[in-house]
Design a protein around this ligand. Structure first.
Ligand code: SAM
Ligand code: DTB
Ligand code: SF4
Length: 326
């Protein structure tokens, strides 16, 4: 079925403002039509280079300029990363995402090491994803050749509000990297954060940017701000669960086939609240008791939740396998 990528802001606004229960029903129906609603992909994140970042993203505990207590950790060794990835696979993860607190990738020994890590994780049969900051097309191609499946690069918020949150790069820089990733044939993981102080219109505008890309991102992480002491957003109000549900449901309706990832913020949510997010179309979580630097529910808690809700973990490369069959 042809996916729609000419959504207008008015159409998106109308969907976003649908009364909640109707919105959830509509999103759940579309989810059922396009995806196996009993499945949730379990992904593991690993911070391969932590802290000391030169950017000033107002939400981020890893920016060098904020005193957040997150120490600087140089790039991990390939062996450490592969060991962690093997454990993640054993625990049921089918996607492994390596994050580095870099402004951009530089062509140096560290990048060569990341390429080796990508090769290693890919050979384990997991979908391998990286989030390393800005990339050139040439760097994206090198990652593709090493076996990279996805690149995460979030737009975070609307183009209008972006300048309130980050001053050390522009929205266009972000879009340029996403373009480079596409050109290299790597799948795109791109979403945002709610709770930054943005308006509903900013959220709608971000969803408009995502859903009118020539190809929808294959993966759309929706993060709730995890306020971290020392960052400028430390005292922001907790994200309302209904805002999270509304955002997930709208993303699901606009981009029916994307993996919509219930990302940061789960540690503050009950199982019932997370169940609403799955109902509204979320079909992936990050597992393990740490995201990059902040806490996340444990494997045991998530296993219990999967049992309770009758969810099963999604296999790796499912979309690719299904496309190969047709
Ligand atoms: N440095 C790279 C970059 O900025 O693209 C990769 C790592 S960065 C930590 C990955 C993403 O994590 C950010 O784009 C942001 O959406 C999310 N993130 C960071 N801090 C967060 C927080 N406190 N709460 C929620 N999401 C957060
Ligand atoms: C995404 O959108 N969320 C993940 C992943 N992509 C890289 C990261 C969330 C980080 C939350 C803050 C932290 O743990 O440092
Ligand atoms: Fe650096 Fe990424 Fe954090 Fe921004 S979000 S400060 S670029 S690690």
């Amino acid at each position: 079925m042809q996916l729609k990528n000419d959504w207008t802001s008015e159409e998106i606004k109308a969907i976003y403002n649908t009364p909640l229960l109707d919105l959830i029903y509509k999103a759940a129906s579309i989810h059922r039509e396009y995806n196996d609603t009993g499945e949730v992909q379990v992904c593991t994140l690993l911070s391969i280079k932590t802290g000391g970042c030169s950017e000033d993203c107002a939400y981020c505990p890893q920016a060098a300029r904020y005193d957040t207590g997150v120490g600087v950790q140089a790039l991990l060794k390939k062996e450490e990363v592969l060991e962690y990835a093997a454990k993640a696979k054993e625990a049921g993860s089918t996607r492994f995402c390596m994050g580095a607190a870099w402004r951009e990738v530089r062509d140096n020994k560290d990048f060569d090491r990341v390429l080796d890590m990508v090769k290693g994780v890919n050979e384990m049969g997991m979908e391998v994803c990286c989030t390393l900051g800005m990339l050139t097309e040439d760097q994206a191609k090198k990652l593709a050749d090493a076996g990279l499946h996805a690149y995460n690069h979030n737009l975070d918020t609307s183009s209008d509000y972006y300048g309130e949150i980050i001053h050390t790069r522009t929205y266009d820089d972000r879009l340029q990297t996403l373009d480079n990733v596409r050109k290299a044939g790597v799948t795109v993981c791109c979403g945002g954060i709610i709770g930054l102080g943005e308006t509903h219109d900013d959220r709608i505008k971000m969803l408009h940017t995502l859903s009118t890309m020539t190809e929808h991102p294959e993966s759309v992480p929706i993060n709730a701000l995890v306020p971290v002491a020392g960052t400028p957003l430390a005292n922001n109000r907790k994200v309302d669960i209904w805002d999270m549900v509304r955002m997930i449901a709208t993303a699901r309706i606009l981009m029916p086939k994307a993996m919509v990832r219930l990302s940061a913020g789960r540690n503050e949510m009950s199982v019932a609240e997370q169940a609403l997010c799955f109902m509204a179309g979320a079909n992936s979580i990050f597992a393990g008791d740490k995201l990059l630097t902040t806490p996340n529910p444990s494997f045991d808690e998530d296993n219990l939740m999967f049992q309770l809700l009758g969810l099963k973990p999604r296999e790796a490369f499912k979309e690719e396998k299904e496309t190969a069959l047709v």
